[in-house]
Design a protein around this ligand. Sequence first.
Ligand SMILES: O=C(O)CCC(=O)C(=O)O
Ligand SMILES: [Mn+2]
Length: 221
Amino acid sequence: MSEDTVSNLIVPPALNTGLEGFVVWPGLLDANQQIALLDDIRAVVRAAPLYRPVTPGGKAFSVRMTNCGPLGWVSDRKGYRYQPAHPETNEPWPPIPPVLLSIWNELSGYSAPPDACLVNFYEDTAKMGLHQDKDEADFTAPVLSVSLGDTAVFRYGAAEGGPTRSVRLASGDVCILSGPARLARHGIDRVISGTSRLLPSGGRINLTLRRAVAPSDGTST
Ligand SMILES: O=C(O)CCC(=O)C(=O)O
Ligand SMILES: [Mn+2]
């Protein structure tokens, strides 16, 4: 993706989600930006192939995953954690595409760059149960995610419990869990087949940028 496209990021009005700190920007990436980002992610997947993790209890995820960035989130029989290498190839994760760093820079309100980007690939029947993102060392950094491909039904509710609501996340939408919503419960109820033509065989890609380790000096990785 060219620097021009990166600097041309136009931030659309945010959606009111009813949960303070959970912000959704529908259509932040236009069609060309989505195509360029998809190319970047194809390169990531060539370097770090998608694989299907298992939960600590041994159940296979319906979502396939890989990562880019200094650290990647993994799950296996030993638990959830961040590590610097792909669990199957043992190679370091490839770098985070510059456009994702620009989006983080623009929207996160956090002084250091993300050190981990999880790539989730949902086939049409894949889903993700309600959970909290809490494997990171520093909850003052938000979790920022970009959706590509088919629309997903994203369920969310306050960290403390209580009712949940859902919002549809379409291709090019960006959302953030920050501040009081940093530990919000969230998950993917389902992916709605046929809602995007970005991926030729359908499905959804979600890119989740996080700060796994607190920055040592508060200014850089
Ligand atoms: O796919 C999504 O939008 C959410 C993914 C997610 O919550 C996670 O990977 O922790
Ligand atoms: Mn999550």
